[in-house]
Design a protein. Structure first.
Length: 155
């Protein structure tokens, strides 16, 4: 017997938008190897126009702050569907990206990093906690009792 968890993100709940703002930023500032690792996920979940524009902005190498203030904060990220279903290893990959956002925020604290960039990373722990809550609820709704998920992590 097997079981699989599926997280269903709704476009209007903000979680997926937050995550893909982080992914878009990471893609923008990274080398070609990292960009190559992020692009399949971006292409899979983003609306083709959003994906194309992010690639164009990266190719133009616009400043990081401009990417955030003029594009990400103004709604560039749109998804290919109003609900996005994520399961298995993709949940683990998303958890990793969320953890990395926390690590990036911590590394930037005390440095001369623009507030627009710092704001981008805020909220990572709340999202991991929310994922833990919805998975716990799904297991309890299926009949389990006293479910306790210690943490949601990529490890």
């Amino acid at each position: 017997m097997k079981s699989e968890i599926t997280l269903i993100f709704e476009e209007n709940d903000g979680t997926l938008n937050w995550l893909f703002n982080i992914i878009a930023y990471a893609h923008h500032i990274s080398d070609d190897k990292v960009k190559g690792m992020l692009e399949p996920m971006m292409k899979e979940f983003l609306h083709p126009d959003s994906y194309k524009k992010l690639i164009e902005l990266s190719d133009k190498n616009i400043p990081e702050e401009e990417l955030i203030t003029e594009h990400l904060n103004k709604g560039l990220i749109r998804f290919s569907s109003p609900t996005i279903k994520v399961r298995g290893q993709k949940i683990k990959a998303m958890s990793y990206m969320i953890e990395q956002a926390g690590a990036m925020q911590k590394a930037a604290e005390g440095e001369d990093v623009p507030e627009s960039i710092m704001t981008l990373f805020k909220g990572h722990q709340g999202i991991l906690d929310r994922m833990k809550e919805v998975v716990t609820k799904a297991i309890e709704d299926a009949g389990a009792k006293n479910v306790k998920i210690e943490s949601f992590s990529s490890m």
